[in-house]
Design a protein around this ligand. Structure first.
Ligand SMILES: CC(C)(COP(=O)(O)OP(=O)(O)OC[C@H]1O[C@@H](n2cnc3c(N)ncnc32)[C@H](O)[C@@H]1OP(=O)(O)O)[C@@H](O)C(=O)NCCC(=O)NCCS
Length: 222
């Protein structure tokens, strides 16, 4: 098994910062080897992100036990190079595993391919402070795809990238990411970070992103 290295831990911190900004959350507290943030999402009162589950299994068990025993529906997110082993630990502590693993990915934004949307689509990008919000509409002005990228120093974190079902596999995900990356690079970013769903993993891999680790999530059983 490949060990989670300190640089990965730091990338997880930087990813969480961008994700938190994208979601309008307060900054996370770091304690006992994890980041803790009040996420306010249904089923995710307090979300804890374990920073070095592979190198510090004690912190994984500690936080798993805390989430399992919480009176609230809390949530645990674990970047790891050994997702199956982490799932065993979380299940044995009594947590309810999320239906699917995700993927922690990165790329060199300065080398990102530039894709464009077809002629029937319009790409629109607005910036509010560190947050870039892109959306693609079709020829009727109806929404076809949207997504966000948060720029902080030399890192840009992509969040909530989605193409509406009827418009998928027409290059819109690629065009959306290209627009966000182009603007992020102009703002000084060079490293991209994100967590990807299975479908997202296909898209980002096609755009040259690489997988750093799996991401296992689980919640309080109630
Ligand atoms: C992931 C998602 C944004 C992709 O959007 P999209 O507009 O369909 O992506 P594109 O058409 O630009 O795809 C570009 C390439 O990525 C790859 N790809 C994208 N979706 C794929 C899929 N479901 N399966 C396999 N490959 C896929 C393909 O190589 C594709 O090129 P091709 O169609 O010529 O084979 C879309 O499926 C989606 O919104 N899914 C639900 C929400 C989600 O999971 N978002 C990602 C969060 S991380």
């Amino acid at each position: 098994m490949e060990r989670t290295s300190p640089p990965l831990t730091d990338l997880v911190r930087r990813w969480q910062h961008g994700w938190g900004v994208a979601c309008g959350l307060s900054p996370a507290d770091e304690a006992d080897g994890a980041l803790h943030v009040l996420s306010g999402k249904p089923g995710r009162n307090l979300e804890s992100i374990v920073l070095d589950a592979d190198g510090n299994p004690g912190s994984l068990r500690l936080h798993a036990a805390q989430v399992a025993g919480s009176p609230h529906p809390d949530w645990l997110t674990v970047p790891t190079t050994d997702p199956a082993a982490v799932e065993d630990v979380l299940s044995s502590e009594g947590l309810r595993l999320a239906p699917a693993r995700e993927h922690f990915m990165t790329t060199d934004l300065t080398a990102h391919p530039q894709r464009t949307a077809g002629a029937r689509y319009a790409v629109d990008l607005v910036r509010e402070g560190p947050i870039l919000a892109a959306r693609i509409t079709d020829e009727h002005g109806d929404p076809a795809a949207h997504g966000v990228m948060v720029v902080h120093g030399d890192v840009a974190v992509a969040h909530n990238i989605a193409t509406y079902r009827a418009h998928r596999r027409r290059g819109l995900g690629g065009a959306l990411m290209s627009a966000l990356v182009r603007e992020s690079v102009l703002l000084g970013a060079s490293t991209g970070l994100l967590t990807a769903s299975k479908q997202g993993h296909h898209l980002y891999t096609a755009l040259g992103w690489t997988r750093l680790a799996g991401v296992v999530s689980a919640g309080t059983r109630r």
